[in-house]
Write a protein that binds this ligand. Structure first.
Ligand code: GLC
Length: 550
């Protein structure tokens, strides 16, 4: 096994408020989540990433904190959180939390004080301008929902900067006191026992904002400082960053302390996310092959986090217009499915027409590609979205546990629920729920359990090197391999719908006892690797050889 736990982890992301409600008030809570840890252990995930848990007016799903040192009372207490860490640890599950320190809520006492007077001790914790900055209508993250990045505050009698919504004033990271506070916040949660942080909005945290300059400089050294701090406090803690930046910028985020990364450990692979969607839409693996070829080399300890779905829209902004249009035409044809002119606010199962074979193919592919897979709650049972909800809420409906009212999420009256449970159509909780799937080994949930178990027996996927197998293949088929000290895995995925036969006999000299360890159906023996059958939307994970020396 590798030294770095996160390289061989399976991360499951969930929002406490929509996961399980233990006290019947309509809001999911930490105690509810504790009650579901056995479910997560059985699923095989090794780490959970919690969306923001801090007290918040909740105008952006908790990404607007009013106190970084507490848990929102709607979700429970700090005591409940400590209990969660203990219970998760007993099951071998680590917990990481969202750390949203680019901004606070405008209701945070720091901002309230800052705006009240130029003499406030917190005035310089935020970013102000006396004049209206020329670039105030540039750089919005949520176009359509947000029309400026600088707003005038009447109490402060000045303009303040907010990269996101108006109610999320940016903290001033140029101020050493703010930097110290961020470190203190991290220390606090590490001391409680979290295994690290999903760092929100990292490119903006390090921005040294200058009014009127839409391309303000960035202070990458702050990331080096944070990494060092975190590592001093807890050697195995991990930073998993959201940095949806140009690909050539990514290595800078990993940092290079002479070959061993000295900044962020893990970055979400946004590029791959868009390319996976494109490959699925076009039934053509070309863009994934490109991704495998041109991904920058990572420093030791650097790792990608792969995903198909997360809590936000699928961001297609890094694809070309043609590519984006192909994905939209296939997976988000109606305007109501699209968001901010760049993305799709849907879950995967409905995008793939609830076609079980296609869903398996997509997830088998994501989980077999280099990096640590991140799985969004509900995807393991094939949940759908609710397009009648606004914006990204469409994909944030409560977890569907059972046939009971509210899908077993809560015993509250439906109108009290934090968000409505999907109760109509083919994705309603009566059709898609954990209880039903748990009883059926052929269910999607049963498949995810098997797939994750198989993945965990193949550490070369997370810790090894992944390359494209460049041999002539039928259209639509991707062949790749993962090599590590533990051996070699070979993967075939057919993005097309035709049944095909694949010849991988060039690999035969390396194979000791090649065997299918996961496939969409029972295929004939692997044999000499020269006539490998592969159904339309089929996949085969083949263990080529196992190194017995490790
Ligand atoms: C990140 C989060 C998103 C949130 C935003 C502001 O992009 O993923 O959900 O709205 O930051 O904090």
């Amino acid at each position: 096994m590798g030294d770095r736990w996160y390289s061989e982890a399976v991360i499951y992301c969930l929002d406490v408020e929509t996961y399980a409600d233990s006290d019947g008030d309509g809001v999911g809570d930490i105690r509810g989540l504790i009650g579901r840890l056995d479910y997560l252990a059985r699923l095989g995930v090794t780490c959970i990433w919690l969306s923001p848990i801090h007290p918040s007016p909740n105008k952006d799903d908790g990404y607007d904190a009013t106190d970084f040192y507490n848990v929102d009372p709607r979700l429970g207490t700090l005591g409940d959180f400590a209990e969660l860490l203990h219970q998760a640890q007993n099951r071998g599950i680590r917990v990481i939390i969202d750390l949203v320190v680019n901004h606070t809520s405008d209701e945070h006492p720091w901002f309230q004080s800052a705006r009240s007077s130029p003499d406030s001790a917190y005035r310089d914790w935020y970013i102000w301008s006396e004049e209206a900055p020329d670039d105030r209508h540039q750089g919005m993250v949520f176009p359509g929902e947000q029309n400026e990045t600088w707003s005038y505050d009447r109490t402060a009698k000045a303009w303040y900067y907010h990269r996101f919504y108006k109610f999320q004033p940016d903290l001033n990271m140029a101020n050493p006191k703010v930097r110290e506070e961020v470190k203190k916040i991290m220390s606090f949660w590490l001391q409680l026992g979290v295994s690290g942080f999903r760092m929100d909005a990292v490119p903006f945290i390090i921005e040294l904002t200058e009014p009127g300059n839409p391309n303000s400089p960035k202070d990458m050294e702050f990331l080096t400082e944070l990494r060092q701090h975190v590592q001093w406090r807890r050697g195995d803690a991990v930073l998993l960053a959201e940095a949806n930046v140009e690909p050539d910028q990514l290595p800078v985020y990993f940092g290079d302390g002479s070959g061993s990364g000295n900044r962020i450990h893990m970055l979400f692979d946004f590029m791959l996310n868009g390319r996976l969607m494109l490959a699925l839409a076009r039934e053509d693996p070309e863009t994934i092959i490109d991704a495998l070829r041109d991904t920058p080399k990572l420093p030791t300890g650097g790792q990608w986090a792969t995903f198909l779905r997360n809590h936000d829209e699928i961001d297609l902004s890094r694809l070309t217009t043609d590519q984006r249009n192909d994905v939209l035409a296939k997976f988000g044809p109606d305007e109501e499915m699209q968001l901010y002119g760049r993305g799709i606010r849907r879950r995967l199962a409905p995008m793939l027409g609830n076609d079980r074979r296609h869903i398996e193919l997509a997830y088998a592919l994501q989980f077999s590609l280099r990096g640590t897979p991140v799985l969004r709650y509900g995807e393991e049972i094939g949940m759908g979205e609710d397009l009648s909800l606004k914006g990204r809420d469409a994909i944030r409906t409560p977890m569907q546990w059972s046939y009971q009212p509210n899908g077993g999420f809560s015993t509250a009256e439906p109108e009290k629920l934090v968000r409505p449970v999907l109760d109509t159509g083919e994705f309603s909780y009566e059709k898609v729920n954990v209880t039903a799937q748990r009883k059926d080994p052929r269910s999607l949930l049963g498949w995810f359990e098997r797939m994750i178990r198989t993945l965990r027996e193949a550490p070369e996927i997370g810790s090894g090197s992944t390359t494209h197998i460049d041999v002539p293949l039928p259209a639509g088929v991707l062949a790749h391999r993962a090599d590590g000290p533990t051996g070699t895995m070979v993967f075939l995925h057919n993005l097309g719908t035709e049944d095909v036969e694949v010849d991988l006999s060039t690999l035969q000299p390396e194979a000791d006892l090649p065997v299918d360890v996961l496939s969409d159906r029972g295929y004939d023996e692997v044999g000499k690797l020269d006539r490998l059958k592969l159904a339309g939307h089929g996949y085969r994970w083949i263990r080529l050889c196992r190194s017995w020396s490790v």
